[in-house]
Design a binder for this molecule. Structure first.
Ligand SMILES: Nc1nc2c(ncn2[C@@H]2O[C@H](COP(=O)(O)OP(=O)(O)OP(=O)(O)O)[C@@H](O)[C@H]2O)c(=O)[nH]1
Ligand SMILES: [Mg+2]
Length: 446
């Protein structure tokens, strides 16, 4: 990444559309824009409707000029809003590359913004998270990160630890004199306060890794409970075979289900049986072998699911199958066949894949299980890097808390370690490999 270059890339999809956006950033950006433009360009910051000349072609475009350092990247930056023709857009980019611009790497515009001090590392990660967000909750969590919310919450903790460290170091410098800057009790109190703030931060946050994959929901139940019929009804198409024969589903099947706030992956597996119902183990019997494998696969899928949904046939009075853990939701199937003989089952969600009864309620319940209660406020998104830094800081603080009455040098060392870890969150002391990882998750043009 050489910030002396002028880089160019599309920052919108290159597809037939109202506009295609081409970005140019670096020391030559404004000069190159001038060479493309037919007329004189106004001084930045400005927006001008002009005509561009690319090879023999002349066409209108909006040209936005931003002067360093007041731009997204902190450098001279130009945005061309081109007519939405992909061929024309590609020709314009190629032309700029021939004039001396270089094609931007993924995330390079944002990396420049970081290196020029326009944003800190957590804001850069927020931008990446926004690009990759696949549901509303992720989007609002990413927005908060982008807006610098994490840095704002870590900043007071850094101040607290830094002040404590300064007082401890002052005590070391003046150890010959009879002055005390910080009593052990005061040191403990300050350390405990910093640690509490970090604990709160972890508690109030969503782990981005956990949110950012499609949550998996496994449908479990006895054979013939109606699992495959329910999968089909939720998916809106015939994904799985449905039949009155128990043991229809053998493999693990799945379909994406779009709910109000995002997409989950719903997995349908073979009906689970009780251990005593399994056919006699006989190595020679291929049927028994298949049967065991079906049960194994189903149990393994249930074990690794994010959420377990147990389906009970409303017309049967059967014991539930053995499950690897308590189900997150119990649903009664075939509600259309319900008769009063089955007694009151009001406390469970009853649905019918056949008539669609109860399906809206089921969708709402799945949505809540996947994306949290609707009323919950947008959480702050933490990724693995943030969590690791916060946890390292807390370990150092715990060590420091044990050293408040010991030699001040040891206490200072632990506090410095906590400060280092916290500094890494906003990228104050960040090694190159961490930066590489952060920016590699971007797409080109950002
Ligand atoms: N009336 C009614 N019948 C249903 C409903 N859902 C499923 N069935 C019937 O119940 C039988 C079993 O349905 P499946 O979806 O194949 O059940 P399953 O749980 O996938 O069964 P296995 O794959 O064999 O474990 C079929 O005959 C379905 O037509 C429903 O909501 N109402
Ligand atoms: Mg099935």
């Amino acid at each position: 990444m050489n910030s002396g270059d002028t880089i160019a890339a599309f920052s919108s999809p290159v597809a037939p559309a109202a506009r295609i956006i081409l970005r140019l950033s670096g020391p030559e950006a404004i000069e190159l824009a001038g060479r493309l433009s037919e007329g004189e360009l106004p001084e930045p910051p400005s927006a001008a409707r002009g005509r561009l000349g690319v090879n023999e072609l002349r066409f209108p475009a909006w040209i936005y000029l931003f002067g360093a350092p007041r731009s997204y990247t902190g450098e001279d930056l130009v945005e061309f809003h081109l007519p939405g023709n992909p061929l024309l857009a590609q020709m314009t980019l190629q032309y700029l590359l021939r004039l001396g611009a270089r094609l931007a790497d993924a995330g390079e515009f944002t990396a420049r913004a970081y290196f020029n001090g326009r944003i800190d590392l957590t804001e850069a990660e927020g931008i990446a998270a926004t690009i990759h967000a696949s549901n509303q909750q992720e989007l609002s969590a990413a927005r908060q990160l982008m807006a610098g919310e994490l840095s704002r919450r870590v900043e007071p903790v850094i101040d607290e630890v830094a002040q404590t460290l300064a007082l401890v170091e002052a005590g070391i410098d003046f150890s010959d004199e009879d002055v005390s800057f910080l009593s052990p009790a005061q040191a403990s109190e300050r350390i405990a306060k910093a640690d509490r703030a970090l604990e709160d931060l972890l508690r109030d946050s969503a782990r981005f890794e956990r949110l950012s994959h499609e949550p998996t929901f496994v449908l479990v139940g006895r054979p013939n409970a109606g699992k495959s019929a329910l999968l089909n009804a939720l998916a809106g198409h015939e994904r799985a075979i449905v039949s009155p024969v128990a043991g229809t589903t053998r493999d693990v099947l799945s379909a994406p289900i779009t709910l109000a706030r995002g997409v989950i992956r719903l997995i349908d597996v073979a009906g689970l049986e009780h251990a005593d119902e399994l056919p006699e183990q006989s190595a020679a019997d291929p049927q028994a072998h298949i049967h065991r494998q079906m049960q194994d696969h189903a149990r393994r899928a249930a074990q690794s699911a994010d959420r377990l949904v147990l389906l009970r046939d409303i017309t049967q009075n059967e014991a539930d199958p053995m499950l690897p853990r308590k189900p997150d939701l119990v649903v009664l199937s075939k509600a259309d066949l319900n008769d009063s003989a089955c007694g009151s089952r009001d406390s469970y969600l009853a649905v019918s894949a056949r008539t669609g009864d109860g399906m809206d309620k089921l969708r709402a319940a799945l949505d809540e299980l996947a994306f949290g209660a609707t009323a919950s406020s947008a959480k702050l998104a933490l990724n693995a890097r943030h969590v690791q830094a916060i946890e390292e800081a807390r370990i150092a603080l715990a060590h420091a808390a044990n050293q408040t009455s010991a030699t001040p040098e040891l206490l200072a060392m632990e506090l410095r370690e906590a400060l280092d870890a916290l500094g890494r969150i906003a990228g104050r002391v960040t090694p190159d490999d961490v930066l590489g990882r952060v920016f590699s998750t971007f797409c080109i043009g950002k």
